[in-house]
Design a protein around this ligand. Structure first.
Ligand code: ZN
Length: 310
């Protein structure tokens, strides 16, 4: 039986028809009107109608970049979209006439990776998605862990540095201010400003404004500041995972998201930092730290599978 998975991000809606083996048999993509909740629901309905034409579809799963309530129907709040107490499930199912499940997008990605990607066969998984911020998803005993109110697994907002960098969430010193794409760039900019001599390659590549791509390129070329930014990023990533292991004791971590494309520059060091900081090290197995396998389609595949298991 087929289900449809939809991934609503800050700039686009991606959707696919997915079979019970996690294979996408058809897909489509539309821009998102981030400031218009009604238009977003209409856009989702449009892609569902398009994909459902000529196919028997059982249900629709929607991964949304926001805080989704425990009934998996209302988006309480979205930092990058105009949703406030948005009854997304009702709106979309009313428009398409199919059962609809709403899920936080990082949870949907974590589920997709656990079922059909890097976490296949694992029952205890923590997914760390490194994008602009840090997204997270937790699977315990083979089930997605959502918390009492549906708002668990916001890993990026653990507050790790007292008096540290301010975070978009309103708190201070959150993990994602030290181990995300944004953090990497911030670190590189600060170091380059303090010691421009060590950042000659980076500054040469970047011209006026340093972004993630330039930090990655410069690091590959041996730029000292860019390598230092990646080293700091990797240490924070490893330490955060060690803290998560202290609480959750997962069998594996899956590291994904846009920044993971530069994994060669940080993953070994992150693994070492994890091993060095894990509590009880030497007397317990180390969780494996794997790279995500499904790329950008993890959210669509995960949402579709969650709809199947609704
Ligand atoms: Zn935060």
């Amino acid at each position: 039986m087929l289900t449809i998975g939809v991934d609503i991000g800050g700039t686009k809606v991606a959707a696919g028809v997915v079979d019970d083996q996690g294979k996408i048999v058809a897909h489509t993509l539309r821009p998102t009107a981030a400031d218009r909740p009604d238009v977003v629901a209409e856009t989702v309905a449009d892609v569902v109608r398009e994909l459902a034409a000529g196919r028997e579809i059982e249900a629709v799963g929607v991964g949304a970049a926001g805080f989704v309530d425990e009934t998996r129907s209302i988006v309480r709040f979205a930092p990058n979209l105009a949703w406030r107490e948005e009854p997304l499930q009702k709106k979309i199912s009313g428009l398409v006439g199919l059962p609809v499940v709403i899920e936080n997008d990082a949870n949907a990605m974590a589920w997709g990776e656990t079922r059909f990607g890097a976490g296949r066969g694992q029952s205890h998984v923590v997914c760390v998605t490194l994008g602009t911020g840090i997204g997270g998803g937790i699977v315990i005993d083979g089930a997605l862990y959502r918390g009492r109110w549906g708002m668990g697994a916001e890993l990026g907002h653990m507050q790790v540095v007292p008096g540290g960098r301010p975070c978009g969430c309103g708190n201070i010193g959150c993990w994602e201010q030290y181990a995300s794409g944004q953090a990497l760039v911030k670190e590189a900019r600060e170091l380059a400003e303090a010691e421009p001599k060590r950042a000659e390659i980076l500054l040469g590549l970047a011209g006026g404004k340093i972004e993630g791509e330039e930090v990655t390129e410069a690091a590959k070329l041996g730029d000292e500041v860019s390598l230092a930014a990646f080293a700091s990023f990797a240490d924070w990533l490893g330490q955060g995972m060690a803290d998560l292991a202290a609480v959750l004791d997962p069998g594996c971590f899956i590291v994904g998201g846009g920044v993971s494309r530069a994994a060669d520059l940080f993953i070994d060091r992150a693994r070492a930092a994890f091993a060095e900081r894990l509590t009880g090290r030497g007397h317990r197995p180390f969780a494996e730290i794997r790279l995500a396998e499904l790329g950008a389609s993890a959210g669509v595949v995960g949402a579709a599978d969650l709809a199947r298991r609704r």
